[in-house]
Design a protein around this ligand. Structure first.
Ligand code: PLP
Length: 283
C-alpha cells in the first residue's frame, strides 16, 4: 500500500517522493529530524518534538522552514492522509539543495519531508519480553544533543547488536553509558531511578523528560547522573526510552540477565503511566 509523503509543499505517492541529489542532507548529513508517535490517531508530545526541532535547527544555524502551527498542520495531514491510528510521523528538515561546498549556502532553501510508519506501539512484542543489549564504545561526534540525520555509527552499533543475537547496543564513553543507539538508557537500583544528566553527550529525549516528570509526580526517587556498565549489570531493572518504544524494558546486558530476566515491576509501572499520559495529552 502506497503512502502519501510530503516533500516541500507537495503530497505525493511514496514512489514519486524525491529530493535533489544536491540536497545537503544527502551530501553532508546536513539535516535534522524528529519522530513523533501517533496513538489513537493523535500526536504524542507534539510540542516537545516541535521545540526540540527548533533547538536543533538553531544549533546548526538553519532557518526554520515554518512555525509550530504549520508543523502541527503538516503532521496532522500526514496522519489523516495515511489513515494512521498507531505508529509514527517522521519529519526531516535539511539545509536543502546547493552546489556542493563545505561552506553553507548564504540563503538556504530548506527541504522538508514527512512520512508515516504504521506500527503497533502499545502492544509492541518487545515490551513483553524486554530487550537484550550489548555495550559498545561510543564513537559518535560530540554534539549528540543535536538531532541530526548523521546516524551511521548508531546504525553500525545496531548491526553489531544484531550479529550478537541481541536487540540494541548501549554506547559507553569514558567508562559510563551514554545512551542506546536510538534511545535514552536507564537503570533502577536500590529503588532509585537513574539516567544520565543532560549535556552534549546525549540526545535530550522528549520521552526521557516525560518519564522524569511522571516518576517525580509518582513520588519515585530519581538520580540524573552517569552510570557504568558494571553498575547496570547488577541493577534491579533497566529500560530504554524513545518516542516509538515508550518505556521499553531491558532484561539483559552483555549476556548478564537482570533479576529473573523478565521486565521489572517498576519499569512496567512507568510504561503504563507513560502510555496513559500520552493517551490523555495527545493532540
Ligand atoms: N537518544 C538517541 C540517540 C535517539 O536517537 C533517540 C530517539 O531517536 C532518543 C535518545 C530518544 O529521544 P526521544 O525520546 O525524543 O524519542
Amino acid at each position: 500500500m502506497s503512502r502519501w509523503v510530503h516533500v516541500n509543499g507537495d503530497w505525493l505517492p511514496e514512489a514519486a517522493a524525491k529530493v535533489s541529489v544536491f540536497d545537503r542532507g544527502f551530501l553532508f548529513a546536513d539535516g535534522v529530524y524528529e519522530v513523533t508517535s501517533v496513538l489513537d490517531g493523535k500526536l504524542a508530545d507534539f510540542d516537545g518534538h516541535a521545540a526540540r526541532l527548533m533547538r536543533s535547527l538553531a544549533a546548526l544555524e538553519m532557518p526554520a522552514p515554518c512555525d509550530r502551527d504549520r508543523l502541527l498542520a503538516l503532521h496532522r495531514e500526514a496522519v489523516a492522509r495515511n489513515d494512521l491510528t498507531e505508529g509514527m510521523v517522521y519529519l526531516q528538515v535539511t539545509r536543502g539543495a546547493a552546489e556542493r561546498d563545505f561552506a553553507w549556502p548564504e540563503a538556504p532553501e530548506p527541504s522538508v519531508v514527512l512520512f508515516t510508519q504504521a506500527r503497533p506501539l502499545v502492544e509492541a512484542p518487545a515490551a513483553q519480553r524486554g530487550l537484550r543489549v550489548i555495550t559498545v564504545p561510543d564513537l559518535r561526534w560530540g554534539r549528540r544533543d543535536i538531532k541530526t540525520v548523521q546516524l551511521l555509527y548508531p546504525s553500525m552499533a545496531k548491526m553489531q547488536a544484531k550479529a550478537a543475537g541481541c536487540d540494541d547496543a548501549w554506547m559507553v564513553e569514558a567508562g559510563h553509558v551514554t545512551e542506546g543507539t536510538s534511545n535514552n538508557a536507564w537503570i533502577i537500583a536500590g529503588g532509585r531511578i537513574v539516567t544520565r544528566g543532560l549535556g552534549t553527550e546525549i540526545l535530550h529525549g522528549i520521552t526521557r523528560a516525560a518519564v522524569l516528570r511522571l516518576a517525580d509526580e509518582a513520588g519515585l526517587a530519581i538520580e540524573e547522573r552517569a552510570f557504568t556498565p558494571e553498575e547496570a549489570k547488577v541493577a534491579d531493572e533497566a529500560f530504554a526510552t524513545a518516542a516509538t518504544i515508550f518505556v521499553m524494558p531491558v532484561v539483559e546486558i552483555d549476556g548478564v540477565r537482570l533479576g529473573d530476566g523478565t521486565p521489572g515491576p517498576l519499569t512496567r509501572r512507568l510504561r503504563a503511566l507513560y502510555i496513559d499520559e500520552m493517551r490523555r495529552s495527545a493532540i
